[in-house]
Design a protein. Sequence first.
Length: 228
Amino acid sequence: MSSASVITFYDIPSTMPGNAWSPNTWKTRFSLNFKGLAYKTEWVEYPDIEPLCKKLGAAPTETKPTGEPHYTLPVIFDPRTKRAISDSVVIAKYLDEQYPETPKLFPKGTHALQHAFMDAYVQTLDSLWGFALPQACIRLGPGSEPYFRRTREKSFGMKMEALVPTGAARAEKLAQVEAGSGSTSGGSRTTPAGCLGGRGDMGTDEGWHGGKLGKLLAAVDKYAAVDK
């Protein structure tokens, strides 16, 4: 199959082996791999995300505090329909609609359950940022790290290193992360709850809750291939 005829998946590079690292873009990589769809990856540094999305015609996924549109990855471009799609959940629904012969990411009758899962998952993230953002920052290369650091430090009003909790605060935050992971990591079947939940959050322990989180990650590992 010609590379021009396959889906292009836009991801953010890192210094890690295999390049892939972002929990947000992992959701779409898992979705594509789970459905067995042919695709190619194009790696996009943080400062280039907005210009790329505007060029492709991919919709913004959020609104900045200033009221300006905020463009994020993941994004896919499907040459079959000539459409650029943003947001991992929107992408998953698109793939189910356009490729009905492949395994469903949203099995019939589960849309409400999947949205309830995502709502619950998002509520667990506040305690995680102090662990996750500094780890993400050190994983990025020179094309993204300065931009990531500058924008996140502006948003949180402090240096990246100051986000990391210490002492009693660290123990408290870890306990909150553990409690949150228990509320969203039940079961090991590979469904959108696994695919859309990301490939393990930085700062968590796979042994928590009797190893449920580790079992979930092991169950989806076969869908974690990164194309060369």
